[in-house]
Design a protein. Structure first.
Lengths: 507, 345
């Protein structure tokens, strides 16, 4: 060990929840001025460790040292006093207050008379934002900013409080590319300023771009640490999964059949007109930047938003759903982008969550046949290798990957002909990702028409037969997945290349 | 079938399953029943004549109006809504049904008219809430005032007494020694229980309260469900209004004043979350009984009316506090946090 002790050291920390050992003697250390990526599948214990560092929960045993001195972190306030700041996946800001008010929260400057000193508050906010070279107007309501800019405000707050250890939990999950680039710039800047950054992410290329070292946890245990020179992405995946993983996206060649979904001139507020088609047994992926209109197209097809023009046919029959209920009757199923807010009933059981859209199948005279329902749900759970004894657990008790499988199982049970999957693997660990990809492939082979929306480019290209690139509400390119590259997709998505494609057909 | 997939799946499927004692779950199931039992034992011990059969039947009859209101209120609250107008609906439906009866409408029809008036009022609440996306608190605050005004307007502010009221038996009669209102109450609870627990519609009610956006995207017709729950609550209030009018053999424009709050108290006591999506109808019944037992017991003990209010207020807050504290990790560390085999995220 070097003469200088590390900025932060975690030694043999354990934490038990009920019968589960969530952390089993894990180690982790962070030096000043480094980015240390922490990787692992969902449930590996990363978040538990972060909660301990944030003072939200206490460790059962082990030691935490800052600058070589053992410390106790009994509350978030004590964590802040030790210079630890955490940027959560779900942002911790008040949307209805201005940027300056958010930055000053809890330590608002006051005038001599004890009233709020707005001018000083705005000045301080400007200073804090200037430290990360951000030009956000402190008087804007936070809710009017994009998610990326809101995150900048949170980082500015952490920097303003002189945080020495900054934890970033999946920070780019909801960011556009440009916003992510901006974030990388700030991370670089903080690193040179001597801040230690713990970077939690599922995105391998991102980690390789940013991090100095990587530590992997698995099932609550420490697996290993290495510099980027010492280990490769496949090594990390192997460490995370515990066994070698073949090509994540591999699928045998599919042989699409007749066209199932035909869309002509579909338009809604801010999107369209859009033409597209998906054949039985085909996986078509909509790529593009966040805000390019992909989710909106999905919602229009599903009747979740009103359409202003266009015709949709499913198996030759016109589909004009006024709401999702009618879309489902037309044979469409959709897994929405945000499973916690739009997809699932977190407090309700896994069984209820899966069965909700298919209850008519188990109903005679309005009464639900519960045995039939349970058997049908169990069949789908088995198919997606969900633990069967999770049937009556609230869905919020499941890991992200299993929650996503439950959301998917709802439409497997419904047996929808057309499936719209919006960001099907966001925040999902590699093991579950692989299972979801395999299920998508199986569904296609069973003759379903599948439209995937994905911001993960390798995934979008890897799992699909065709790609539709969207930009500013329109499809600007149609690409055969086998013959394209991430670079080509980005050219179209960013508008660097004029609309076109490699299919020989003008979209 | 792909073998790699099985390999990955297996460790999870084979996770050991040893469920520790779950206090929260246990309390959800029987906690409120324990409170009721304790209260009954206490009252039997200290209040004279408490556990005489006629007194118990009296209690049952005295709670029936509030319990029927609370049954409808439970459905509304399960969707995350609230209905403040049910007390005023009692007055309007009572007034209308009494006037109908006096005009020569036969008893069953008069009862149905009262019920229909309630349902119609509920339709207004529901349509405004669902289709104009107005906050139910405000909508029903408005209709509460409006309907009270309507009751006064129809009666010109005076009670309408009808000593030969043809449907008075539904308030005062007995069937095999059991008061009629109690039988009606039991039937209402059976029906509501059946709707919530056994029908597709019931699952949709829970889904809307659990997450309205997710419900919409799962194919639940949220607006229809929201409208319908207010209609059901209105119908329950209409029925309660008929019973109330029958009890007092007259139409009172002041009938049911403040009853909406007692109904909400019973629902909350019964463990239903005001945020929607969680709760059970049997809890509401027990909540109503607790309020009734407490009220009657305190009267038997000759506790002054003012003090009764103090005690009732404390009991409501206590019950809700227990319900909230049990959700807090650390208080009962051995449960909840994370189920076995699934470490917290």
């Amino acid at each position: 060990m070097s003469i200088r002790p590390p900025l932060l050291a975690v030694e043999d920390v354990s934490r038990r929840f009920g019968a589960t050992l969530a952390l089993n003697k894990v180690r982790f250390d962070l030096r000043a001025g480094e980015v240390h990526a922490l990787m692992g599948e969902n449930g590996a214990g990363k978040s538990t460790l972060m909660k301990i560092l944030a003072g939200n929960i206490q460790r059962d045993s082990g030691r935490i040292l800052i600058d070589g001195r053992e410390v106790e972190i009994r509350s978030p306030i004590e964590a802040a006093a030790h210079g630890i700041a955490i940027i959560h996946q779900e942002l911790n800001t008040v949307r209805d207050m201005t940027v300056a008010e958010n930055l000053a929260l809890g330590r608002e400057p006051r005038t001599r008379f004890g009233t709020l000193d707005r001018r000083r508050m705005d000045e301080q906010a400007r200073e804090k934002l200037a430290r990360i070279h951000s030009t956000i107007d402190p008087r804007r309501p936070l809710g009017s900013l994009s998610v990326g800019m809101q995150q900048m405000v949170e980082i500015a707050r952490a920097v303003g409080e002189n945080a020495r250890v900054l934890v970033l939990d999946e920070p780019t999950a909801a960011l556009s590319r440009a916003e992510a680039q901006e974030l990388y710039r700030i991370i670089g800047q903080m690193r040179s300023a001597g801040v230690g950054l713990i970077y939690i992410s599922h995105r391998m290329e991102e980690v390789w771009q940013l991090a100095d070292r990587v530590t992997v946890f698995r099932d609550g245990g420490y697996v290993g640490t290495g510099t980027l020179a010492q280990i490769s992405p496949p090594d990390v995946v192997r460490m995370m999964v515990g066994r070698p993983v073949a090509d994540l996206y591999h699928h045998d060649k599919r042989d699409p059949g007749a066209t199932v979904l035909e869309v002509e001139g579909l338009a809604g507020t801010g999107v369209g007109p859009v033409n597209l088609s998906v054949r039985a047994g085909e996986v078509v992926c909509m790529a593009g930047l966040i805000g390019s209109g992909r989710t909106e197209v999905g919602r229009l097809l599903f009747g979740a938003d009103p359409r202003t023009a266009g015709s949709v046919r499913i198996g030759g029959r016109p589909s004009r759903p006024a709401d999702p209920f009618e879309a489902i009757a037309d044979g469409i199923g959709m897994v929405p982008e945000n499973r916690k807010e739009q997809g699932l009933f977190l407090d309700h059981s896994v069984e209820d969550n899966i069965a909700i859209s298919s209850l008519d199948r188990f109903v005679a005279a309005g009464v639900v046949n519960r045995t039939e329902r349970r058997d049908a749900v169990l069949t789908q759970m088995k198919r997606l290798s969900l633990r069967l004894n999770a049937l009556s657990l609230p869905v919020k008790a499941l890991s992200g990957g299993n929650q996503q499988k439950a959301a998917l199982a709802r439409w497997l049970l419904r047996d929808s002909r057309v499936l719209i999957l919006d960001e099907p693997t966001r925040g999902v660990d590699i093991g579950a990702k692989r299972e979801i990809y395999e299920e998508i492939d199986q569904l296609a082979r069973a003759g379903k028409a599948i439209l995937v929306i994905s911001s993960d480019l390798p995934e979008a290209i890897g799992i699909s037969d065709r790609l539709l690139v969207m930009r500013e509400g329109k499809i600007v390119s149609e690409l055969v997945s086998e013959k394209t590259s991430e670079e080509e997709v980005m050219l179209y998505a960013t508008g660097t290349a004029a609309p076109g494609g490699n299919t020989g057909v003008q979209p | 079938m792909n073998t790699a997939r099985d390999e990955i799946a297996q460790p999870k499927a084979a996770a050991p399953e040893r469920v520790p004692f779950d206090f929260a779950k246990w309390w959800d199931r029987v906690g409120i029943l324990m409170v009721l039992l304790a209260l009954v034992i206490l009252m039997s011990a200290i209040a004279p004549n408490f556990n005489r059969v006629d007194n118990l039947l009296n209690i049952a009859r005295s709670i029936s109006v509030n319990a029927i209101l609370a049954a409808g209120m439970t459905i509304v609250i399960l969707t995350g809504g609230i209905d403040l107008s049910v007390g005023s609906i009692i007055a309007v439906s009572g007034v209308v049904s009494v006037i109908a009866a006096m005009a020569g409408v036969p008893a069953p029809a008069a009862i149905c008219i009262g019920l229909a008036v309630g349902a119609a009022c509920g339709l207004i609440n529901g349509a405004l809430t669902a289709y104009l996306s107005l906050a139910p608190f405000i909508v029903t605050l408005g209709t509460m005032t409006f309907l009270r005004g309507l009751a006064y307007t129809i009666t010109e502010g005076q009670p309408i007494v009808s000593s030969s009221l043809n449907f008075k038996d539904i308030g005062n009669g007995y069937l095999r020694g059991i008061p009629m209102p109690v039988i009606v109450m039991a039937v209402v609870y059976l029906i509501v229980w059946f709707i919530l627990e056994r029908t597709r519609y019931g699952r949709h009610v829970y889904a809307v309260g659990g997450n309205a956006e997710a419900a919409k995207l799962a194919g639940v017709r949220v607006k229809r469900v929201v409208t319908s729950v207010y209609i059901l609550a209105g119908a329950c209030a209409g029925l309660a209004g008929v019973i109330f009018a029958a009890r007092v053999i007259s139409a009172q424009p002041t009938a049911g004043t403040g009853y909406e709050l007692d109904a909400i108290a019973a629902v909350v006591l019964g463990g239903t979350s005001l945020a929607g999506g969680r709760g059970r109808i049997l809890g509401t019944l027990i909540g109503s009984v607790i309020l009734g037992v407490l009220g009657t017991g305190l009267i038997l003990l000759n506790v002054p009316f003012f003090t009764q209010l103090l005690i009732k207020g404390v009991v409501i807050i206590l019950a809700v506090a227990i319900d909230s504290l049990k959700q807090r990790p650390g208080l009962f560390r051995f449960r909840r946090n994370a189920p076995p085999g699934m470490p917290g995220q």
